[in-house]
Design a protein around this ligand. Structure first.
Ligand SMILES: NC(=O)c1ccc[n+]([C@@H]2O[C@H](COP(=O)([O-])OP(=O)(O)OC[C@H]3O[C@@H](n4cnc5c(N)ncnc54)[C@H](O)[C@@H]3O)[C@@H](O)[C@H]2O)c1
Length: 263
């Protein structure tokens, strides 16, 4: 098993549809011991059954908009694990008024700040706070989206925040490489989750994706989870600072093949 004798914290499960849930199941299947952090009390009932299915009893509240909450969550984790082997940061947020309408018209200073704070800075903040507890050969992983490098309707300021998150991945990789800690990101194709439904007309994005992607479909949280398990394992020991696409190939195709070739 890829992750035997390794301990990982999973941050960012809101419910059973969360990408982080798919990642947790895949990492558990590969033998990892898991702990979970959740944004607030309201989500606890959704996370409990997932933690149970992964044989974990470690559930810790952590609101990444608050430094004290991040600090105390790692303190709490330390009572269970003195050291561990990495974490998955599957967290993103922008106020809903930022994810609907024309970019120039709807983007505000406050929306920009919040999107970057929660979706990018929090990855650095978690790395900073946990660094002293991370074993050699640890791996950190975050989740990005194609909006970091290409435009699309309604994704707006989240695209900028994802660009920041990808740069963040590279700078963290350079910084923590000294301690033999790897840092990577998965750029996932669109998947219907709570966060995704905050983007206006998300359903239309899913059908566009299937039309253009070489594999002719979208991806599942399980497929993202499998790639995550690999990137967090010692099989990926030579990979750091990378953005790996798990998107059925969408990002490499400029046009859908079948519509034009069959004309
Ligand atoms: N669903 C997609 O199509 C898609 C595609 C590519 C990347 N992503 C990224 O994957 C990650 C996970 O999103 P998801 O699609 O699974 O949706 P989700 O809604 O299930 O997960 C988002 C998580 O972010 C957490 N979060 C938000 N603000 C927080 C805060 N202040 N403190 C702690 N946690 C906070 C939420 O509690 C939630 O668990 C996000 O970074 C998202 O941008 C999603």
């Amino acid at each position: 098993m890829l992750l035997e004798n390794k301990k990982f914290l999973i941050a960012g499960i809101a419910n059973k549809y969360s990408i982080a849930a798919g990642i947790a199941y895949a990492m558990h299947k590969e033998g990892a011991e898991l702990a979970f952090s959740y944004q607030n009390e309201r989500l606890l009932k959704n996370i409990k059954p997932i933690a149970e299915a992964c044989s974990s009893k470690i559930l810790i509240e952590c609101d990444v908009s608050d430094d004290d909450s991040i600090k105390s969550s790692f303190k709490e984790l330390k009572q269970c694990w003195s050291t561990f082997d990495g974490f998955v940061h599957s967290i993103g947020y922008a106020p809903s008024d930022q994810l609907e309408g024309d970019f120039v018209d709807v983007t505000t200073r406050e929306g920009f700040k919040v999107a970057h704070d929660i979706s990018s800075y929090s990855f650095t903040a978690m790395a900073k706070e946990s660094k002293s507890m991370l074993n050699e050969n640890s791996a950190l992983l975050t989740l990005s989206y194609l909006g970091s490098i290409q435009t699309m309707p309604n994704y707006n300021v989240m695209g900028l925040a994802k660009a920041s998150l990808e740069a963040n991945t590279r700078f963290l990789a350079a910084s923590l490489g000294r301690n033999n800690i790897r840092v990577n990101a998965i750029s996932a194709g669109p998947i219907k989750t709570l966060a995704a439904s905050g983007v206006k007309n998300f359903r239309k994005m899913l059908s566009q994706h299937s039309k253009r992607a070489p594999l002719g479909r979208t991806v599942t949280a399980e497929e993202v989870g499998n790639a995550a398990a690999f990137l967090c394992s010692d099989y990926a020991s030579g990979i750091t600072g990378e953005i790996t696409y798990v998107d059925a190939g969408f990002n490499i195709a400029a046009m859908p093949l079948n519509e034009i070739e069959n004309d």
